[in-house]
Write a protein that binds this ligand. Structure first.
Ligand SMILES: O=C(CO)[C@H](O)[C@H](O)COP(=O)(O)O
Length: 233
């Protein structure tokens, strides 16, 4: 069993007792969806709300009832992963999300869910000062070049997300452009303060910095079966 499978099976235990289940986006969330599909008899009667078109397709094509985000329904539980987990001895952990481009809907669901469960491998923990991490930001398309300049003037390297064979920028499920700051962890910047500063720039919709306790439990695992649970204090 690899770490993602261990984590997906753990997640299922938390989902069993909930009626409205929020599901994130990415490889880990896809593994959770696979577990849901393999336990269909337990999970078919529940309702789902997802952070992306990708997860919605996986669920609805397997017969699961996916609610629209326009419903404004609060999930009983939201399960998702993260790209990086920044741990400090004395402070609450901070997650960086949005590698899969779903950061806005992910923050929306994390903010509004009654219980938030995040799962990820130990190697997503960043605790050294020499890493460069990508911090995703979703921006209104017409503002993109102003925002790039504003972030460069804060002395950060930033780029429009592109690739996956698509010409031009990657567009989010909300029709916006994604940009990524190449953020050196040794810069003496507080990530939550950076989040607030970036939110001041006109045209910025959301960042992938998950501060302010947007979790209840984080479960970490590795391929050898080592598991650690971090609970919000
Ligand atoms: O934030 C996310 C998507 O926007 C994902 O949770 C994050 O990118 C982790 O993905 P994976 O499970 O593929 O490692």
């Amino acid at each position: 069993m690899d770490a993602k499978e261990i984590l997906a099976k753990r997640a299922i235990e938390y989902l069993k007792d909930s009626n409205i289940i929020g599901i994130g986006t990415g490889k880990t969330s896809t593994r959770v969806i696979k577990e849901i599909i393999s336990n269909k008899s337990l999970f078919l009667s529940k309702r789902y709300i997802s952070s992306s078109i990708d997860s919605e397709i996986q669920l609805s094509s397997n017969g699961f009832n996916v609610l629209s985000l326009f419903s404004g329904i609060l999930p009983d539980i939201y399960v998702d992963s993260f790209d990086y987990l920044i741990t400090h001895e004395s402070k609450q952990p901070i997650m960086i999300k949005g590698g899969g481009g779903a950061l806005l809907r992910e923050k929306l669901l994390s903010y509004n869910a009654k219980f938030r469960l995040f799962i990820g491998e130990f190697n997503k923990i960043i605790n050294n000062n020499h890493s460069i991490i990508k911090i995703p930001i979703e921006v209104v398309p017409v503002s993109v070049n102003y925002i790039l300049k504003a972030i460069q003037s804060m002395n950060f390297e930033v780029e429009i997300r592109s690739g996956s064979g698509k010409m031009g920028p990657i567009i989010s499920d909300n029709g916006n452009i994604l940009i990524d700051i190449n953020f050196p962890m040794d810069k003496n910047t507080e990530l939550c303060k950076l989040d607030s500063e970036i939110h001041q720039i006109p045209g910025v919709i959301e960042t992938g910095i998950f501060c302010n306790n947007l979790y209840d439990i984080i479960i970490l695992a590795d391929d050898n079966g080592k598991i650690e649970v971090i609970k919000k204090s």
